[in-house]
Structures are given as structure tokens and as C-alpha cells.
Design a binder for this molecule. Structure first.
Ligand code: NAP
Length: 247
């Protein structure tokens, strides 16, 4: 049996695990790894493990002790650290690695959108776009907006926050993708949102962006960090084609 480690935390990782187990389960053991950031346990085909490895060195040890033959990094484009660690660990342990990395969105020129380099730039810019802002960049980014003045935030999080958010004026809306277009539009209308802030995450265009464009709202996008070097594909079927070459 060959052993594949999928670094997950995304819908693409789940779809890849399912495709690999369904097609090659008699010759391939598939382990999907999750960081464990959200409360809900992952529901994924094959074996799973949850929690950090302990840096690049810990991941290198894991690859060796678990006799992993090849790795697919299907993490989110903004999960910069784990992708760097995967690169370094696979080089050290001489394990083949592929990145399943989403294609950037092709946004309509008619849409009102602006891309900035990072969260700090988004925080500096957002007050120019309005005073009622829908912030959808995730719990780890909320701190970056703590000094923004004269803005009320609707903050979308997957789980309710354990502690109050570091924002003077805000309300939390919990939810988990996929979202419904009608519901996204209604949420923005109900809260009289002036502008949306989102990571420029690539892949399928999310309903929140479509809804914001339909409502004529400006969308402030934060660009993803550059991925580490290495082979890269952007679709699950391309990743599966690579998997077949490895077994
Ligand atoms: P990150 O900053 O790149 O990673 C921080 C640490 O979390 C890593 O050093 C690693 O700990 C652990 N980790 C991350 N992904 C892991 C995985 N798949 N399996 C085991 N350990 C993992 O990551 P992040 O931005 O916090 O994202 C965490 C996870 O959520 C990722 O798996 C990502 O795919 C998913 N996700 C992230 C976003 C986002 O916007 N960042 C959005 C949707 C989903 P050790 O150093 O101890 O190994």
C-alpha cells in the first residue's frame, strides 16, 4: 500500500480524499490532516488526524514515522505557514509534494472591487468605503481592524468567539460555508452594509461577493501571500492525475 498525506482544511481537500479513496482505495491509504481550528470534527473519506505537527521538523518526523510516500498540500491559500512547512519537510524527507492551489477569481470589471496587499492595508482603507462593514476575513484577522475608528462591523465567524472581539462597534454573525445567495443578500441588506471585506481566496466565486456586486456594494479584497515553490495544480481532477503517477 502507498500512503498519501493530504493537508486539508478546505472543501477541495475533502473532495480529493473522497476521489482518492473511491478510485484507489485498494492500493492507497489516504490520511487527511486538519489544524483543528473549528469546533466541528472533519467529515472526510479515509483516515484523518487533527492538530499541528510541531513545525516543519515535526512534520518531517511525521512523514518518516508514518511512512508517507507523497503529500498533497490542499490547504487554504492564506494558510501560509503550513504550506511553508510542507515545502521544507518534503524537501528534508525527500517526499514528493503537489500543491492544490485555487485559481484567482476572474472578477467582472463592472463589479466595484479593490485589492490590497494585506490586512493592515485593508484596515487603513476600509473607512473610506463606508461606516457599516461586513468583515469576512476570519477570526485570526479581526485584530488587524481594532484601531479602525467610526466603523461598525458585522463580523462573520464559523464558531461564536470565546472572548469579546477587539472591536469597539461590532456584531457577530456565525455561519459555515456554503452560503446561499439569497441569504447573503438579505443579510447585507438587513444590516445596511456599505462594503464587504474578504480574503481573495480564489476558486469558485463565493455567494457573498456575487451578492455584494448585485447590491452595488464595494468589495475590498486582501491578496493572498505567494505560495512556496513547487508543482501546482488548481483542480481536484488534476491532482488525481498526479496521484495516479505516484502509485
Ligand atoms: P497556518 O497559519 O498556515 O498554520 C498555522 C499552524 O497550524 C501550522 O504551523 C500548523 O501547526 C497548523 N496547521 C495548519 N494547517 C494544518 C493542517 N492541515 N494539518 C495540521 N496542522 C495544520 O494556517 P491557518 O491560516 O491558521 O489555517 C489553519 C487551517 O485552516 C489550514 O489547514 C487551512 O487549510 C484552513 N483554512 C484556513 C483559512 C484561512 O483563511 N487561513 C480559511 C479556510 C480554511 P504546526 O506548526 O504545529 O504543524
Amino acid at each position: 500500500m502507498r500512503r498519501l498525506l493530504i493537508l486539508g482544511g478546505t472543501a477541495e481537500a475533502r473532495a480529493l480524499a473522497e476521489a482518492a479513496v473511491n478510485e484507489l482505495g485498494d492500493r492507497l491509504e489516504v490520511v487527511t490532516s486538519w489544524a483543528g481550528r473549528t469546533d466541528r470534527a472533519p467529515d472526510v473519506a479515509g483516515d484523518t488526524r487533527v492538530g499541528g505537527f510541531g513545525g516543519a521538523a515535526g512534520l518531517t518526523d511525521y512523514l518518516r514515522t508514518e511512512a508517507i510516500d507523497f503529500v498533497i498540500d490542499a490547504t487554504h491559500p492564506f494558510a501560509e505557514t503550513i504550506s511553508e512547512h510542507a515545502h521544507d519537510a518534503c524537501v528534508t524527507a525527500s517526499v514528493a509534494r503537489l500543491q492544490l492551489f485555487r485559481l484567482a477569481w476572474a472578477l467582472p470589471p463592472s463589479g466595484r472591487w479593490l485589492e490590497v496587499d494585506d490586512m493592515a492595508a485593508a484596515a487603513r482603507t476600509i473607512g473610506d468605503l463606508g461606516s457599516r462593514i461586513f468583515l469576512t476575513t476570519g477570526k485570526q484577522t479581526v485584530n488587524a481592524f481594532s484601531d479602525v475608528e467610526n466603523v461598525w462591523f458585522l463580523v462573520r465567524l464559523i464558531d461564536p468567539p470565546a472572548e469579546p472581539l477587539p472591536l469597539a462597534n461590532c456584531e457577530v454573525a456565525t455561519g459555515r460555508p456554503p452560503y446561499d445567495l439569497e441569504a447573503e443578500r438579505a443579510l447585507m441588506e438587513r444590516h445596511r452594509i456599505d462594503a464587504l471585506v474578504s480574503k481573495s481566496s480564489g476558486g469558485a466565486l463565493p455567494e457573498k461577493i456575487i451578492a455584494a456586486f448585485e447590491l452595488g456594494l464595494p468589495v475590498l479584497l486582501v491578496a493572498p501571500p505567494p505560495p512556496p515553490p513547487g508543482m501546482r495544480v488548481s483542480h481536484v481532477d488534476e491532482a488525481m492525475a498526479w496521484v495516479r503517477t505516484q502509485i
